[in-house]
Each structure stands twice: as structure tokens, then as C-alpha cells.
Design a protein around this ligand. Sequence first.
Ligand code: 13P
Length: 269
Amino acid sequence: MRQARRVPLVAGNWKMHTTYEEALRLAGVFRERLDGVDGVECALIPPFPWIVPVAERLSGSTLVLGAQNCATIDEGALTGEVSARMLAPFCRYVIVGHSERRHQLGESDEMVAAKLQAALRNGLAPILCVGELLEERDQGIAEATVERQLLHALRNVQADQVRRLVIAYEPVWAIGTGRPATPEDAQAMARFIRQWVEARFGAALADAVRVQYGGSVNARNAEAFLRLPDVDGALVGGASLDVEQFSQIVRLAGEVGRSEHGVTAVDSR
Ligand code: 13P
């Protein structure tokens, strides 16, 4: 299933962490260490208020920016929301459907679908997060849960938009727990996701779409995930705030990208 053109994406989701000074320092250090690393695309995903200053720090480098969320609509009376249209000048990616938003903030499958549409309509690449709760895994409905999330989120997506999409498999029980999925389970679900995309959109798009793993990825365990045939990079939370760990994960992904995918340059989409 490996395709040479599938550049692994390592994205650092900073969540609701960092002060302004820390954000600028991290952006500067990551730029120094990771600008121009071949075989991988590296995205930093800071909190909203730091997006513009971090974008300025990264300007002219190969590092790109993402946002952690966007509104369902582009403009309007919606106090506190930030729209994909506002993010588009600064960001390449936007996370939609992160489990913290689904489960702690009550974000429904319908809202996730609307946010995904908002991202696409504004030229952003959505990183769609899917993943089951521990009880859903224990009940044997992990795949059914992920399938439901995919079905809702991608219901109105056109085939020509699928190439821009990134799907992050993040089992909820693995997030922030220090207890990642096994590489076998991550591969099985990434494969299941790719097969679902194939059934819906065809083999060429299933080969093109990137599927990340996320959940307690760190510098020690990253390589096992990055080498999986259906996993194209990682969505990193806690370890993305640690300069040594995140740099190492990105470099490892670059090595894997160069050796297994034949990728030598960052994708310029
Ligand atoms: P951790 O890497 O801290 O488990 O978080 C994963 C995550 O939620 C990334 O979006």
C-alpha cells in the first residue's frame, strides 16, 4: 500500500499550553533544528493567540502551521469562535474532531463534519481525528466507532478534496496516558481506515490519503509507529513541547520517509 508520494506528517499539537514567550522560543528552536529536514513534513499547532507570531517566526522555513480547531461557519455573530477563513492566511492545517473537543466540549459528529467542510472551503487541510473510547474497544466496537466518525465527517466530501485530508487515529485511552496503542493495533486501525477510504473513494485516493497515529507518542516509541506500512506520521501532544523529543521524532520520520517512501523533499502542496 506504500506510495512514494505519501510524505509523513509529524504535527505537534501544543493544546492549551505555552506562554507567549515559550511559544516564540519553541518556534525559534524548532526552526533552527528542523528547517529543511527531508522526507517529512513538520507542522506546529499552537494555541490561537500564538498563531500569527509563530507564523512570523517560521516564515521562509519548511515548517508549517496548523490550528487546533475552527468554527463551523466562516463569519458571523458567534462570540469566541475563530473561523477557517481567518486561519487560512497563516495555517496549512486545522485539527477537526479532536477527542478532547468531542468528549469534554460536547462536539458532535455533525459539528465535526461542518468544521471539516469549513476547512476545505477555505483551502486548509483538515486533520480529522478519529478514535474509540476504552469501553468501546473493550466492547469490540472500536472499528464501528471509527467508521461512524468517518461516515459522518466525510459524508459530503468530494473525491477531489480527499487528497488534502489527513486522518489521525487517536484512541482516546492512549491520549496523555503514557499508554500508547500497540503498533499492531495502530497498524490494524490505520489499515481499516485506508480500506474504508478505498471503498468510498477508490484505490488511488486511499493510497494518497495520509493516516497518522496519535496517543502518547514519544521519542522512544515513535519509530515503531513511523515504520508501520499504513501510518504516515504522528500527531504528537505532550512530547511536542519537549525540544529534544519532538526534534527526534521529526528526524526519525524524515529517515523513514527517505528510506521507505523515497521522499526527498517536503511536499509543496
Ligand atoms: P499525547 O501525545 O499527549 O498523548 O496527545 C496526543 C494528542 O492528543 C495529539 O492530538
